[in-house]
Every structure is written in structure tokens, then in C-alpha cells.
Ligand binder design. Sequence first.
Ligand SMILES: NC(=O)c1ccc[n+]([C@@H]2O[C@H](COP(=O)([O-])OP(=O)(O)OC[C@H]3O[C@@H](n4cnc5c(N)ncnc54)[C@H](O)[C@@H]3O)[C@@H](O)[C@H]2O)c1
Length: 208
Amino acid sequence: MRIGVIGVGRIGTLHARNLAARAELVLTDANREAATGLAGELGATVAADAGALLDSGLDGVVIASSTDTHPALLRAAMERDLPAFCEKPVAMTLAEATTLARLEADRDARVQIGFQRRWDLGYRRAQQAVHTGELGVIHTIRATTLDNNPPPAANIARSGGIFADMCVHDFDIVRFVSVADGLAAIRIAVACQESLNRGVVVELAGLT
Ligand SMILES: NC(=O)c1ccc[n+]([C@@H]2O[C@H](COP(=O)([O-])OP(=O)(O)OC[C@H]3O[C@@H](n4cnc5c(N)ncnc54)[C@H](O)[C@@H]3O)[C@@H](O)[C@H]2O)c1
């Protein structure tokens, strides 16, 4: 099997290392040195850019580049009927994500988004307990995600911000664990260490 990996930063490197024993890999990254270095380590080949990679006769592609690149790359993979694993979040805006979801449905495309918590045994057990009624009527689910430090400023600019970048896991898992159609509201609060030191939560967002 021949798999392409677009973006070999933090998470793309992890995906490439996990795949290396199972597939022939083709890598690309805007930072050519990063792709070349990892390719040397894993015995992979390097494509000049994402377009060249997508056209190199792949069986599937992993999109692990910066979030702002996901919509165009995912669209390009679907247009080639190439099975795609795309890191979360799928897009920086709801409109873009909705357009891609419609395209996926129209083409019956094989796409998976990187919401790995759905395969975590603890979350799966919680989902089962909710669905079977073992936990009774669910009024509130609290989900907390903690990170050591804020990401670098350059990363924030291309990430969609903390709600899209990190809290999207909480939006996803609350819907997964609960029966999503029964949800009345999801509210999310975010704090960073500096604000916690001062005892305040810096941002608040909600969906109803
Ligand atoms: N599922 C998860 O838990 C999880 C964890 C970490 C990151 N992510 C997601 O993965 C994505 C990457 O995050 P990261 O932390 O690895 O970021 P990163 O900045 O470490 O890596 C991104 C890489 O993409 C490359 N890149 C950017 N534009 C490109 C393009 N057009 N073509 C090829 N390469 C390009 C950059 O040079 C960089 O090496 C983000 O969308 C992030 O939200 C998901």
C-alpha cells in the first residue's frame, strides 16, 4: 500500500512513523528539509508539493499540514477519489466545513477526520453507558482539555484559534458520548495559565 503524508510537523511525523511499517510512504512539507529528513529516517520518498504527492499513484493520503490548508487539500483528495485521513479541524469556518461535508456525501468519498478520542476506551465506555441507559437521564456533561503551554504565535494564526484547534475535540466528544440529537446546548470556556494565575477565564463561547 502506498500512502502520502502532507505536512510532517508535530502530528504528521507521528502519523508517518506509525504508518512506516505498514506502507510505502511519500512525504511532502512546505519545509522541504523536514520532509527530506524524515524520509531519510523512514525510507520514504519525497514529493515536491501536495499536488505532486496527490498525483503520485497513492492508495490513500494523510493530511496533517496546518489547518488553513485542510479544505483545499481535502477537496483535491476527494476529486481524485483518494481515501483521505484529514487532521481536525476539517476547516477554519463552519461554511467551509459544511461545503466539504456536502461534497463528501455527494461523492460518497472515503474521508476520516482526526477525532481520535472516539477510539479511546474510556470515552467508548461512557458512550455505551449513556446509550444503554445505564447512567439514567443525562443533564450535563463536562469535558476538560488541558495543554501545557499556549502554542507559538505563528501556529495560532494558522490554527483557527483555541476553539477550532483544541476545543473542537470537546465539541466532538460531547456529541459522541451523548445522543447528539438530544443536545440542547454546548458551552465552552477557555483559560490559559496566565489568566488562571489571576483567577479569570479569558474567553467564553457557546453553541445552542
Ligand atoms: N488529532 C489531534 O489530536 C491533533 C494533534 C495535533 C495536531 N493536530 C492537527 O494537525 C494539524 C497540524 O498540526 P501540527 O501540530 O502538526 O502543526 P505543525 O506546525 O507542527 O506542522 C504543520 C506542518 O505542515 C506544513 N505545511 C503547512 N502548509 C503546508 C502545505 N501547503 N503543504 C505541505 N506542508 C505544509 C508545515 O511546514 C509544518 O511542517 C493541525 O490541523 C492540528 O490541528 C491534531
